[in-house]
Design a protein around this ligand. Structure first.
Ligand code: ADP
Length: 483
């Protein structure tokens, strides 16, 4: 099964969010599961020089983009057994940042078309399945069907479009139809891209043209069909619900392993949890919190944006502090959120700490030193923090949405089952009740807590599980190819 995985970012070359992690890890797991996966990315100027030095020129050609003919070089390198192809055009991609330029609609239409041209023009690139990710690659399934369907190399290519976050859709003025996409005189195609009288939406095109649609958790796949979560695309997700699948992401279980993690001082494992208490004591000291093993230490790590349900935390903070809970937050994001948590840090002294920074090493120490990870997200396509926390025996308290619902098994006090705690509604009192309920177990039932930690740490969040599921759907698309 030869798969081309198209994305606008991938670790270790370039990352702004979860997509980068997925594109960096999933292809390797798929290759281990028996597929033959390559990745195609833009060659950004910000890719570290050590990787740029390893790239080898494969070929070059010109990509037709409406009235333009645009140069495109293809370079490649192999990283941890996976071949990465890079689309080289310095005018589009040799810039300081990644996204957010006035001509993003043109840059990523070019990238999407270059992907199709690469399938056609690079002989070593044989493709059975083209998997595109998010709006930056969304036009590729459209172009493939409209311009390349007849070519020998593209005829049998099946397409998958994966939604990592439906909030970002790539919506532009309909001038792009004539000027960039070259689809103005193709009314059938054009009508599928329009979202209102004068706007074109790239993601809508992919949702209608791809053979299959996937997203990063089964619950998010259901939620996308609801107006509350669907960001205007819910009707299309409903229409295509037969072609929609949710596959929960994995995490890199080698990087996130409390038994081997070089970024924490005291390593521990399921059968040797003692050192976790030392990590907690050190973290309390580092953050200026009271060094007290009996205080539940609640950590939060993530972007400080409305998506993450921070309003609930702000509302409940007083109550949590009064009950003797410690809260530590690491994150950056919206200014008003940052300011609110700085204020709490200042007000509550040794009970609350806010670190407004992006600090990977500190995040490891917090996953290891915390007792509870709080994640009350309004929506969460998959979420990685809760899975990482469970791997470190730090029990998650989450709202029942998207991947949080699919990865955290709620505590059942009668059977002892569970890997964390869940609440249903966007309600601060409900969240605080749930969190204080977790603290109650922490305070009063040591055995139940230890059992939950064990169950959380033993849950399988590896990419192998996700890779098996992806391989299954590739074979649904190509039943003629042997497994
Ligand atoms: P999202 O993709 O919505 O940002 P996820 O939970 O899926 O949220 O992934 C966030 C990832 O980024 C996690 O690995 C988390 O540890 C990491 N992270 C987020 N904010 C920070 C920060 N300020 N410092 C260090 N790591 C962070």
């Amino acid at each position: 099964m030869r798969v081309l995985f198209a994305a606008s970012e991938a670790v270790p070359f370039v990352k702004t969010g979860g997509l980068g992690d997925v594109a960096g890890s999933l292809p390797r797991a798929l290759n281990a599961a028996g597929a033959d996966v390559s990745v195609i990315l833009p060659k950004y100027g910000s890719i570290p020089q050590e990787y740029q030095d390893q790239m080898r020129h494969v070929t070059e050609f010109y990509v037709p983009l409406a009235w333009r003919n645009v140069y495109c070089g293809i370079e490649k390198l192999t990283y941890k057994g996976v071949t990465f192809y890079f689309v080289d055009n310095e005018a589009y991609f040799k810039r300081d940042g990644i996204y957010g330029y006035f001509d993003d609609g043109e840059r990523y239409a070019f990238f999407s078309k270059a992907i199709c041209e690469a399938i056609q023009n690079v002989p070593e690139l044989q493709v059975d399945v083209l998997q595109c990710n998010d709006w930056q690659t969304a036009m590729a399934p459209v172009f493939l069907r409209e311009f390349y369907q007849g070519s020998w190399a593209c005829r049998n290519v099946k397409t998958i479009f994966t939604v990592h976050n439906v909030k970002f859709q790539g919506q532009f003025s309909d001038k792009v139809l004539q000027d960039i996409l070259g689809l103005a005189d193709n009314p059938t195609a054009a009508s599928q891209l329009y979202v209102d009288r004068d706007s074109i939406n790239y993601m809508k095109g992919a949702l209608l043209y791809s053979d299959l649609i996937t997203t990063v958790s089964p619950s998010y796949a259901s939620e996308l069909q609801m107006p509350f979560y669907g960001e205007g695309m819910d009707a299309i997700f409903r229409r295509r619900s037969n072609a929609l699948r949710g596959i929960l992401n994995g995490i890199d279980v080698d990087t996130w392993n409390p038994a081997t993690d070089p970024l924490i001082s005291h390593r521990y494992a399921v059968d040797d949890m003692g050192p976790k208490a030392q990590d907690k004591a050190e973290l309390q000291r580092e953050l200026g919190l009271a060094e007290d093993p009996t205080r539940p230490l609640v950590v939060m790590i993530g972007r400080l944006t409305n998506q993450k349900g921070l309003g609930l935390v702000r509302y409940a903070m007083n109550r949590l502090m009064d009950r003797g809970v410690q809260v530590a937050i690491l994150g950056t994001g919206d200014k008003d959120q940052e300011d609110a948590f700085k204020y709490f840090d200042w007000t509550y002294g040794d009970r609350m700490a806010a670190r407004i920074a992006f600090d990977n090493a500190l995040s490891h120490r917090m996953y290891a030193g915390g007792d509870i990870l709080l994640m009350p997200s309004e929506f969460e396509p998959c979420g990685l923090s809760q899975m990482i926390a469970m791997r470190y025996g730090t029990l998650p308290v989450v709202r029942e949405t998207g991947g949080l619902q699919d990865s955290v098994v709620p505590y059942n006090k009668f059977t002892g089952e569970g890997t964390g705690f869940r609440f249903a509604n966007m309600n601060a009192d409900e969240m605080a009740d749930c969190l204080l309920g977790a603290c109650e177990v922490f305070w009063t039932d040591h055995d139940a807590w230890a059992k939950l930690q064990r169950q959380a740490m033993e849950a399988d969040f590896s990419w192998d599980r996700a890779a098996d599921e992806y391989l299954g759907i590739y074979h649904d698309l190509h039943p003629e190819i042997d497994r």
